[in-house]
Design a protein around this ligand. Structure first.
Ligand SMILES: [Zn+2]
Length: 121
């Protein structure tokens, strides 16, 4: 998706560059009438390509939003871990790695236990 947009911009840049070259050629040569039309056509093509490239932007943002929405439940689950003893909401800061195992220390009741139910940790 993103590479397609870049390709469109590159093609647009080439079209505009060649348009400029043909425009210069039209000035330098006699009978440059056709060159001007080619230059105008390339410029139009270039702007159409830019238009399509910018139109691709919103759909790309939508794709990003989807991935954010997918990631969100995991983060929410991380933030809403509750203490098994007192039900207090534990945060990421309360989790520490002890001997490679995630250990939670509840800031409310002081209970310390291993996190085994959450595979994300
Ligand atoms: Zn607790």
């Amino acid at each position: 998706m993103k590479s397609g947009k870049i390709i469109l911009f590159v093609l647009a840049a080439f079209a505009l560059i060649f348009s400029f070259l043909f425009f210069l050629g039209a000035g330098g040569q006699t009978g440059g009438f056709n060159f001007i039309w080619i230059a105008i056509a390339l410029a139009v093509v270039g702007f159409i390509l830019i238009f399509f490239a910018t139109q691709m932007g919103p759909s790309e943002e939508k794709a990003n939003n989807v991935t954010v929405n997918i990631d969100l439940p995991g983060e929410v689950g991380m933030d809403t871990i509750k203490c098994k003893s007192c039900g207090g909401v534990l945060s990421e800061k309360d989790v520490k790695l002890v001997a490679g195992a995630p250990v939670v220390t509840c800031p409310y009741c002081g209970t310390t236990y291993q996190l085994t139910e959450e595979p994300k940790w």
